[in-house]
Design a protein around this ligand. Structure first.
Ligand SMILES: Nc1ncnc2c1ncn2[C@@H]1O[C@H](COP(=O)(O)OP(=O)(O)OP(=O)(O)O)[C@@H](O)[C@H]1O
Ligand SMILES: [Mg+2]
Length: 268
């Protein structure tokens, strides 16, 4: 079928996520001021912009951390505006945070178990907490295996019994991404996943993201490192002052005068 023959519905189905006219105010500050964009399924898209552009707030609006003052969030063709974060996780939309939220005082393994819902999480806990003996049913055994496989995939399995507080910044980012993957996501929103990550770990993290993308996962990535964005994303969305300033391929974005101006005029 020709390009012109693609129906509006088919186009909508190709989009994993669509946000339209999102707005969020904090008192007198307009953090997001009518942002609209779509993310194609199975892609790695970069969301960039100067400090304070509204990137993290957009993440918070998409993932139900905040309710928008206006606008809609459409995920896999369904309106999910106003759903709570756990409801979105159930639908396959997960995010990681700019500041990692690992719980100190818990091991890496215990942090991973937090990815599962309450009831299952609780029974899994009993299987790993020392001194609590209990027969492991098949389902739990399979899930624990998945936990270990994921830790191995990110090469942090040797840290399983380490207190999460003792991990380096980069190892925490790997833990956060590992945990997000355990929730069976379709789409992952990563807020500055490379911040504080050493070059070796960064390479590893990017390799994992590409592997997962080739398996069909969709990524939206906020990142200040322009090399990371330009070398790994097929589409880049630029935010400035709460709005989408530009959207295009890395080459198009790098040549866009408005983008260059936004960065020069900002604090970067
Ligand atoms: N909870 C909040 N209360 C008040 N103001 C907020 C809140 N969250 C964000 N803001 C403000 O909204 C604007 C957008 O912030 P946001 O954190 O979304 O930007 P960002 O693009 O993620 O920036 P950075 O690159 O520095 O992480 C900023 O002016 C910020 O100070
Ligand atoms: Mg931010």
């Amino acid at each position: 079928m020709s390009e012109a023959g693609v129906s509006e519905q088919e186009r909508a189905e190709a989009d994993m996520l669509r946000v339209s006219n999102l707005e969020k105010r904090f008192g007198g500050i307009v953090a997001v001021d009518g942002a609209s964009f779509e993310i194609e399924r199975g892609t790695i898209t970069g969301l960039i912009g100067p400090n304070g552009a509204g990137k993290s707030t957009v993440f918070n609006l998409i993932t139900g951390v905040y309710n928008p003052d206006a606008g809609r969030v459409i995920f896999e063709g369904e309106d999910v505006t106003g759903l709570r974060p756990y409801q979105l996780v159930d639908r396959g939309l997960v995010r990681t945070f700019q500041i990692s939220r690992e719980l100190s005082g818990m091991t890496v393994l215990e942090n991973m178990l937090l990815a599962f819902d309450d009831q299952l999480g609780e029974s899994l806990w009993r299987t790993v907490v020392p001194g609590v003996r209990r027969s492991i049913v098949e389902q739990e055994r399979a899930l624990l295996e998945r936990v270990w496989e994921t830790l191995e995939l990110f090469e942090i399995d040797h840290l399983a019994h380490e207190d999460a507080a003792n991990l380096s910044g980069g190892q925490r980012k790997l833990l956060e991404l590992s945990r997000a993957l355990l929730t069976d996501p379709e789409m992952l929103l990563l807020d500055e996943p490379m911040a504080g990550v050493n070059p070796t770990l960064e390479k590893k993290l990017l390799e994992r993201i590409h592997e997962l993308r080739s398996q069909g996962y969709t990524f939206l990535l906020v990142e200040h490192d322009m090399d990371v964005i330009m070398n790994n994303c097929e589409t880049v969305i630029v935010m400035h002052q709460g709005r989408v300033l530009s959207r295009g391929s890395p080459e198009e974005i790098q040549a866009d005068e408005r983008v260059i101006e936004a960065y020069l005029g900002g604090e970067i």
